[in-house]
Design a protein around this ligand. Structure first.
Ligand code: ADP
Ligand code: MG
Length: 452
């Protein structure tokens, strides 16, 4: 059931922080204000300096307030997939005998009963998405409220993240003077917005090319199947141009925007552009072909690493192919290069809302759409998670006992290569454990592992 009202999204990207205010009327989203400021205090998608990040968030929110003409007191925040873990969970409660008719409170209780497992002290539950409810053995119920029963069960997916990352995120938003409404898992929201119904059902992959990182999310049977993060994006292209041509970052960025093409075959062999370089008294001529070779090497490097992992998970043969988004995908030739590398259909996602027809806004749009389209049951579950986590974080309230499961190893990001070389061989990723865990006790490490 679609919600109505105002929703604000805050997307703390590696390159830019975006804020979007939208009004939902009967499920229709109308964008009323958007802002974009340079990111600060963020590294590899994670807040590393709370005060600096808070300052940038505050500026972005103020600009969005001005554009939208409304005051923003709470925001929904996108959480990148870094160090995310997913596991199946189940809960069960007896329906109180005085009612027997299932109410909001019972949904809240059954969600809470599913939260008590496997949360290690250094992790937190970000969200729980109910998949189905079971009343007295009858399965497949999406919304049990109003139904009669004695025993209410729920199967769902639990998303957890490191407490440090979540703490820094909350603290930065709080220091910016705004309340946090919901934390939304970015690749989950992206897949909902960027892919259409058919693509989500039959399978497709979203590649979000940000400034400092590239996020991959594959969806099939309406479920997130796979996600991975690569610490490279559009800003690395700029750095490469700057290093190779010995020119400033600003000039390199301008060259990329105005003359760049990731597809060498499509670049001009005759056109040249004059570039100011360090150590030369007069500008030098750089051919568009040479510029394209520099750009293409980095984009190819990113996409080939992605392909290697997608091949391993046999996700590339999914009928929906690949959909690109993010500012890094705006560059001409990226789609064409991706087609050559992935050998599947590739398209660029361009939002269709007026004023934000730019792939850079895909993240923040998807976040707001996700929140606006949350079902009532999902909202109850999210609220239950939030309240339970508040209790858990307050030492004096730790009367509830939590089962502490053994620490689940996080697959290291073996391919977290940093800037520098333009052409470097892709670092092989570790072999992924591809066991067939059973429902109920499987712990899915979202990094590079395929979900069964
Ligand atoms: N018109 C454009 N042409 C080429 N690259 C662009 C363009 N606009 C933005 N970019 C690149 O997009 C990247 C930022 O994308 P974005 O999705 O906002 O990243 P993030 O979400 O990580 O902050 C930067 O590397 C920037 O250079
Ligand atoms: Mg982004």
């Amino acid at each position: 059931m679609a919600r109505s009202g105002f929703f604000t999204g805050l997307d703390i990207g590696t390159s830019t922080i975006k804020v979007l205010v939208a009004e939902f009327i009967g499920g229709e989203m109308n964008v009323i204000g958007v802002s974009k400021v340079k990111s600060a205090g963020v590294k590899d998608g994670i807040i590393v300096d709370i005060d600096v990040a808070a300052g940038a968030i505050k500026t972005a929110v103020e600009q969005a307030e001005e554009k939208a003409g409304v005051s923003i007191d709470k925001v929904n925040v996108a959480l990148p997939a870094n160090h995310l873990q997913i596991e199946s969970t189940q809960g069960m409660i007896p329906v109180p005998s005085e009612t027997k008719e299932i109410r909001d409170e019972d949904v809240d209780s059954v969600v809470k009963s599913a939260l008590t497992k496997s949360v290690t002290p250094e992790r937190e539950v970000i969200t729980l998405i109910p998949e189905e409810f079971i009343i007295d053995g009858f399965q497949g119920i999406k919304d049990p409220r109003g139904m009669m029963g004695i025993r209410l069960e729920m199967r769902g997916i639990l998303y957890t993240g490191p407490s440090t990352i979540l703490h820094n995120l909350r603290k930065a938003v709080e220091k910016a003077g705004i309340a946090l409404e919901n934390i939304v898992i970015s690749p989950l929201a992206m897949a909902q917005t960027v892919l259409n119904e058919g693509e989500r059902e039959f399978g497709a992959t979203v590649i979000d090319m940000g400034g400092g990182q590239t996020t991959v999310a594959s969806m099939r049977n309406q479920e997130l199947q796979y996600t991975n993060i690569y610490a490279e994006g559009g800003d690395y292209v700029t750095k490469d141009i700057s290093k190779v041509l010995k020119t400033s970052r600003d000039i390199a960025e301008a060259l990329k925007f105005n003359f760049g093409n990731a597809d060498v075959d499509a670049s001009s062999t005759t056109e040249t552009v004059q570039v100011d370089v360090v150590g030369e008294t007069s500008p030098i001529d750089v051919s568009e072909r040479y510029l394209s070779e520099i750009i293409s090497a980095r984009v190819r490097h990113i996409l080939e690493r992605v392909k290697q992992d997608l091949d391993r998970g046999r996700v590339l043969d999914m009928p929906g192919g690949v959909v690109l988004s993010g500012g890094g995908a705006i560059l001409p030739g990226v789609v064409e290069l991706a087609e050559k590398i992935f050998r599947t259909t590739v398209k660029l996602y361009i939002p269709n809302q007026v004023g934000i027809r730019n792939p850079m806004f895909a993240n923040v749009i998807s976040l707001v759409e996700y929140v606006g389209n949350m079902t009532e049951v999902e909202a109850i579950a999210q609220n239950a998670v939030h309240n339970e986590e508040l209790l858990r974080r307050k030492p004096i309230d730790m009367t509830t006992t939590y089962t502490v499961a053994p620490v689940q190893p996080v697959t290291p990001q073996s391919h977290m290569s940093t800037e520098t070389r333009v052409v470097e061989p892709p670092v092989p990723t570790e072999e992924k454990i591809n066991d067939k865990p059973k429902f109920g006790d499987r712990m899915r490490n979202i990094f590079g592992s395929m979900f069964d």
